[in-house]
Design a protein around this ligand. Sequence first.
Ligand code: SF4
Length: 366
Amino acid sequence: MWVLKIVAELLKKFRDRDLATRILHEIRKFAPGRRVKFMHVCGSHEVTITRFGLRSLLPEWLEVMSGPGCPVCVTHTAEIDESIELATQGYLVTTFGDMFWVPGTQSSLARAKTDGADVRIVYSIEDAIEVARRNPSREVVHVAIGFETTAPTTASELLRKPPKNFSLLVCHRLIPPAMQFLLESGEVALDGFICPGHVSTIIGSKPYEPLSERYKVPQVIAGFEPIDVLLGILMLLKQLREGRREVEIEYTRSVRPRGNVVAQEKMREVFEVVDKRWRGFPVIPKSAFELKREFVDYDARKKFGVLVKESVDFAEGCRCGEVLRGVIHPSECPLFGKACTQEHPMGPCAVTSEGACNVAMKFGKF
Ligand code: SF4
C-alpha cells in the first residue's frame, strides 16, 4: 500500500512540474513591454509564493506584492492594548497563538502573562468557551480575530449562547474594503489582484465585482498550491491582454460565486459592519465587524468599559505598514534580519506565521 502511495506522490510531482513549466512558458510569452504589478491579500498565498520560490521563476517585468493578508498583522495596536489591559485587570484572556506574541504599544499578551496575568492560548473559539465553562467564577474574554474566514465560527458559537461569563473582544476584519482602500489611495499602482481562496469560499466572488467595475482591475480568486497561484497569475495576464477587467475563479474546487450563504447569514445575524482602523492603515470605511446590540452581553468592550489611551502603530524604524500596503517588500526594511529577526521580532509582520516578514525570514529573502 505504501509503495502505491509513494508512486502516486511521485507521479503527482512530475505532473505538477510539467504543468508549472507549461504555465511559466505561457506567462513569459506575454512580455507586455512594461512592468506589471499584482498583489495578493492572503498570508497563505505569501507562504506558497515564498516557500516554493515562485517569485524567482517569474519574468523580471512581473512583480507580485504581498498586501494586508495577515489578520494578526492588521489588528490595530489599540485592540492589542485593550486585550492586555483586560488581562492586567484580572480577566482571563484567551487568544490564538500568534496574537500572544504580537507587540502592542508597550507590551504584549506574552509579557502580560510573564507579569502574572492569566492569558491562555487556545486553538478555537470552542476551546475558549470550554475554558469559560470550566471556570464559572471567572470572566473569560476571547480575542476574536480573523477575516471572513473565521468570523462565521465566532458568529455561530455566539448563536449557541455560550455561558454568561464568556465575552468577546471582536477584532474581525473584512477584505474587500481594504482592497478598495488600496485602489482608492493609489499609493501602489496595481494591475490586478490575486484574491484570497479561504475568504472567498465564504463570501464568494460577488463582493469583488464592484472593484473590477469601478477601478477596472482584473481579479482572480486562486487556491494555495503553487500551480493555483501560477495559474491565477496567468489568468490575470490574459485579462490584461484581452482588455477584460472582471472577477474569475481559479479555485473552483472550493469557491462558488455566491459563497457559503449559511455562513454569511450567521455573520449577518450577529455582526454589524463598522469603519475601523487597521494597523498600518487609517480608518477604512465598512471594514470590520462589531457585535450587534442584541449581543451586548457578550461584548467585552461594553461589558468592562475597557479604555485604551494613545496607541502607537509600530516600533521606531519598523516599516510593517508599508509592507502591509504593498509599498515595499520585507527585505527593503533596513531592520530586516538585523535588528528584527524571528527570535526578536520588532513588528507584527515578523511575528506571525502568515506575516510577510516572518515568511521571508523563514523561507528566504525576496
Ligand atoms: S522586518 Fe521587522 S522591523 Fe522591518 S517591517 Fe518587517 S517586522 Fe517591521
